[in-house]
Unconditional design. Sequence first.
Lengths: 165, 177
Amino acid sequence: MMKAVTVIGFVVLVLSQSQMLMAGVEVNEFSSQTQEQQYNKLINELRCLVCQNQNLADSNSELAQDLRKEVFSMIQKGDTDSDIVDFMVARYGDFVLYRPPFKPVTFLLWVGPFIILFLAVLFVVIFIRRNKNTDLTELSNEEVKKADDLLESLQTPDAIKGNKQ
Amino acid sequence: MWRYLAPLGLFMVLVVFLSMGLSLDPKDVPSPLIGKNAPAFTLPDLHSPEKQISPDLYKGQVWLLNVWASWCVSCRAEHPVLNQLAQKYQLNIVGLNYKDQRNDGISWLRQRGNPYISNAFDLAGRVGIDWGVYGVPETFIIDKQGKIRYKHTGPVGWLDVEEKIMPMIQRLMKEAP
């Protein structure tokens, strides 16, 4: 008897939990597929300011929920992408955009990686050139003879022994 | 000589940039609203719902809008500073009670003191969106013409009051209405 009660209690608990989870899912009724696509595109491109490395689609913060609602209602009013993006930028700045516009402030952000790439290529080119120019001088006769002697001495085991001592 | 100086120089440049990065706060996003007119709103008063609060009421004055909520933990740290600002300097601080329950907000103020000349009750957080609020508490300074001149994100501390807020307010007080 007690067992049955516990099991029922557990089932009820699990069911109520899943209902709570259901409540967390946002259900938006779009009047057309283009509107739905517009919504999904926008919430993926707009950044959440609370959890800064998430977009509005990923974030579960209260602000992200509110802003998703705002995007949804603006789409239903028939606002265009740029209307909605402008609305967000006017309030939160370029920071809300994952692809910020090209401006003096964002110049380094856009061009920086290419500058670094250029410097790296330049460095490699200089490095290779410098190594090519050095150490290719001809050996003098004396040096060639010295090298020959060394090689010859290596071929006789005695000499190696002698060198080691 | 260069062989040793070049990596050292490169290292120094890295150190400078990394230490600059350490002193920056990634949570502090500059507000595009600075220098612009304070976004209009009409909201019921927290204490008396029949009363309407709007920024127009404070035109011609220098005032602060402080966004707070009873659920906001760092607002607790900030509150004594606001109380002092209101008492000592007689600043006009308007509260924006953001996404809070009316009773919670009222009892919070009863417990901790009320530094606000009035409190707008923003249950839905829609006015918060218009003001670009993303991290409560936030504090805005609005000049006599109704323009936002400064924004502080996060709890206001004494250092912020001395170094930024009071000098800014004294400067704005001298401006013509």
